[in-house]
Design a protein around this ligand. Sequence first.
Ligand code: MN
Length: 680
Amino acid sequence: MMSGMHTTSEAYDFKAGIEQIIAELQLYYPHFNERREEKVRKAYWYSFDAHKEQKRFSGEPYFMHPVEATKILLTIRPDVDTVCACLLHDVIEDTPITADEIEETFGQSIRFLCEGVEKVSKVNLRDDQRGQKLETLKKLFLAVAQDIRVIFVKLADRIHNLQTLDHVRPQKRQRIAQESQKIYAPIAQKLGLFAFKNQIEDLCFQHLHPAVYAILQDELAAHFVEQETFIRRAKKAITEELKAHKIPLIEITGRRKNIASIYSKMKRKNLHSVSEVYDLVGFRIVTKKDEMCYRILGALHRKWTPMVGRFKDYVSVPKPNGYQSLHTTLLGLSGSKVPTEIQIRTEKMNLDAEYGPAAHWAYKTKRSSNFDEDYVKRTEWFPTEIARSHASEKPADEFYDQITQSVLDDRIYVFTPKGDPISLQVGASAVDFAYAVHTQVGHTIVGAKINGVMRPISTQLENGQIVEILTKKSQVPREAWLSFVKTSTARQAINAHLNRQRKAEQMPVKNQLNELKTQVQKLRPMGIKPKPNEQTRLIIGGEGGIPHRLASCCSPKTSDELVAYKSRGLQFLVHKADCDELRKLLPERMLSAEFIAQRGIKIVTQNRVALLRDVLDVLAESDVSIADMQLNTLANKDVPQSEIELLLDVNTTLDWPGLLRKIDRIKGIHSLSEVKTVAQ
Ligand code: MN
């Protein structure tokens, strides 16, 4: 075994390592002169000497790690200082060499980068130690706020560590994979370092779910040939189409989705096999100028049918991290039976998207290796401003506190089903998420799928979750939401809506209720009767007993989605939500309306407390409220049982049998039956 290890270390050719690094730099570096080459070579052999006596867990020479990490780093085309820092990143921590010595030999900036990486690395994340995780984030933010290049080195370091976890204890392996998945993958994504993000996600997935990973890999292999053929044909078809329109083209590439994102899509959409994921393959078209992107889009849309609602223009409106591209999805491309995603962008946009901010220095006109600071600001991820403005004058503790409060420790990062990160305060609910996406999504939220599972809209979100919001046109913001929302965005939007509603609705309704009542009586003989259904009540804007009549134009029934319109006669006229007449009317006079029926159920169970909470969750998801509840203990049984009777206010458009099935599926229910209510 010893000789085996020896062979491995002999086998690693460090002389070839540096030549590879230099060759790579020469390829992409615009001004790679002798001085720069010397600097990289010096850092390489300096680090080699420093780590000479050390071995990795695998028995291989330690210096392999910084070399391999640097090769990973080179894929995002960093500048020379970042490359040197990556080669030297473990020297201060693991060898007798001090930070001062590094500064003496390589300058202040490389010292800072090395120290930054080291600081970030010192703190570990454990699931049960939230404080430590925040500590990791805090250090990361602080170091990065001063020099973003720290994160490039840290990510490359982490990717290589994830690639070589086999010799690490299983528990530690899990911890590193979890930390990477929760912290480093989202950061890579936010910075637009997609190549890094995909690698980290796949590696984490491989460590955390090895069995699933292996299955997916096999399934993907089975599709490989078929996909290759499709990629070839589609590229040819697109090229010919663009040629016919005389649109200059730089390149078309077919891309495969990474395994982790295939899996997250399968979970989200409840799919059972890889073949059900339709966007396994996508295409990227790179052209010269912005306006050509639009011409290409036009040409493709004329030739193939675009999928409705899938076109995104990130060229005119870039994502917060600066990402620019046109996205569309085509149907029937090259005879494909599934929709195909297409990205169209310029060369410059492509460089940004592929290499992120790391390569930004490369196309600055100045012959310097300074970073494009604006890029960092545009990413909005790091609290650069706060860090800068307070760093000098405040004592360290206070400074940490300030950073912590304002941006760090009370934030979580969750994702839309499309993978866009949304940052929220810790404790934020699905409702907060919905409002962060869009005010209208917040206003109309009726349910939330968290990692593919239906949860109550008040559920507190956790870092890394994928949240899908379900909406319903007739939904309106509820006062009760104010008791659990955390973000000021959500709070303000809900309050604003409630205030508007109060103004529009309560004043006339309450002040003139008597007048309304007489009017209603006058209207009745005119032949327009309220729905003569004694089992149902009409609720307008969340309140019952409001005078109304049913519009004759669309004659709404209890099974319809409804909207109430406050007509001039100070009475509400109830229309079907899709009634054409409504389009001609003023939206500010409209309120939600629903028919409510009272229904009763009886549940027999042993463990009533935990079970009741589950039942209430299911009811809340369906927006069913409880009118009355009774708990009886059935003492005459061998094991005491509880009987829970619930009287429910149920929207008549609700799938009642479906709701009963959901309740019936809750663990611990002995029996579930419907009971007659007073109204029935
Ligand atoms: Mn390292």
